[in-house]
Design a protein around this ligand. Structure first.
Ligand code: KIV
Ligand code: ZN
Length: 388
């Protein structure tokens, strides 16, 4: 199976999420957890953005051994020098340099002609190569760029020494059905395309970041995917790492790809990022949400008790949850109730006793949205002390 490179940008694009600023110590803790998770590349920050970011990247570079440590830099001499300096101590190091390539960005933001943009990109990649052999070039706003121009700048960036070419959907404008074709089209137009790994970086403005990223991989042939934990990131966020990783793992028949991610670390990493940033994870968030493996309806609970595959396409413990969660409430059936009694070690002697307790349970469940283990225990407490 082909390897899919997982490039995590929680500490850079994720930090661009309003309100998600992290201290140097927090960044170091997250970077170490990302290394445990097994990400291939950690984009640790934007060295030229602040002294704090520079120092955090420097510390991460000295501590992280297994993952490549990367700093972002604009296609600007000083940015690249700062990035090179910050990652100097890393066992594996990358500089990620970018410039915008869409007409709207070149005209309205950069005030540069397409020729000037190509010249700047080439200069930036060459300078970055003086610090490391691992240089990534990103064409910002690629999805709104002219394909012929995009192919030209990618070809020149590869000639200048870029080893990864990233085509971002910077504003989350892409459509899954078209995005993969778009990536394939650009790769086909670039004569030296096989000299670089192609990458996608999708934002979630229309809620399609995961679908677009996977289309870029499947149809477009990208072999690096840029993402963040919990989908943190600028505006509506980036493609969520846990989603793409589990999609690839759950459907090997379709993707035929593997990652180096230790999926059991997904939930602990999600919890760490959530607690550091103060951004709660929505309960129904795929993979890492509290309800992602919770079964509340009686029919589902009964099915899961009989065979977990009836309503589970992944195992909760494979992504780091302790076990799947049967939520007892008014929709629960007798089977789920009986299983919880057994798990709690409550000594019941007969089916009649269970039936009677089940009636008391249903009565209680009508008054409370979720029944906790203590509630179940109290159902069996001596009469007079039932919580009814
Ligand atoms: O969204 C984007 O285009 C970026 C680039 C800097 C890669 O974050
Ligand atoms: Zn981005």
């Amino acid at each position: 199976m082909d390897q899919l490179v997982i490039f995590d940008t929680t500490l850079r694009d994720g930090e661009q999420s309003p309100g998600a600023t992290m201290t140097g110590d927090e960044k170091v803790r997250i970077a170490q957890q990302l290394e445990r998770l097994g990400v291939d590349v950690i984009e640790a920050g934007f060295a030229a953005a602040s002294v704090g970011d520079f120092l955090a990247i420097q510390r991460i570079s000295s501590l992280v051994k297994e993952s490549t440590v990367c700093s972002l830099s604009r296609a600007v001499e000083r940015d690249i020098e700062r990035a090179g300096e910050a990652i100097k101590g890393a066992a594996r190091k990358r500089i990620h340099t970018f410039i915008a390539t869409s007409p709207i960005h070149m005209e309205m933001k950069l005030h540069m002609t397409p020729d000037q943009v190509v010249e700047r990109a080439v200069k930036a990649v060459k300078l970055a190569r003086e610090y490391t052999d691992d240089v990534e070039f990103s064409a910002e706003d690629a999805s709104r760029s002219d394909p012929a121009f995009l192919a030209r700048i990618c070809e020149e960036a590869i000639k200048a020494g870029a080893t990864t070419i990233n085509l971002p959907d910077t504003v989350g404008y892409a459509i899954p059905e078209l995005f993969g074709q778009f990536i394939l089209d650009i790769r086909t137009r670039v004569p030296n395309s096989d000299k670089a790994i192609w990458s996608v970086h999708c934002h979630d403005d229309l809620g399609m970041a995961t679908a677009n990223s996977l289309s870029g991989v499947l149809v477009g042939g990208a072999r690096q995917l840029e993402c963040t934990i919990n989908g943190l990131g600028e505006r509506a966020g980036n493609c969520a790492l846990e989603e793409v990783v589990m999609a690839v793992k759950t459907r090997p028949d379709y993707f035929k790809l593997e990652t180096r991610i230790n999926t059991k670390e997904l939930v602990p990493t999600s919890k760490l990022v959530s607690s550091v940033t103060g951004f709660p994870v929505q309960p129904n968030k795929a993979i890492v949400g509290a309800n992602a493996f919770a079964h509340a309806s009686g029919i589902h609970q009964d099915g899961v008790i009989k065979a977990r595959q009836t309503y589970e396409i992944m195992r909760a413990e494979d992504v780091g949850w302790s076990k799947d969660r049967i939520v007892l409430g008014k929709l629960s059936g007798r089977n789920a109730f009986k299983q919880r009694i057994q798990e709690l070690g409550i000594p019941v002697t007969s089916e009649v006793e269970i039936n009677e307790a089940f009636l008391r349970f249903k009565d209680l469940a009508d008054k409370k949205s979720e029944i906790f283990d203590e509630d179940i225990q109290s159902l069996f407490a001596p009469s007079g002390s039932h919580p009814m």
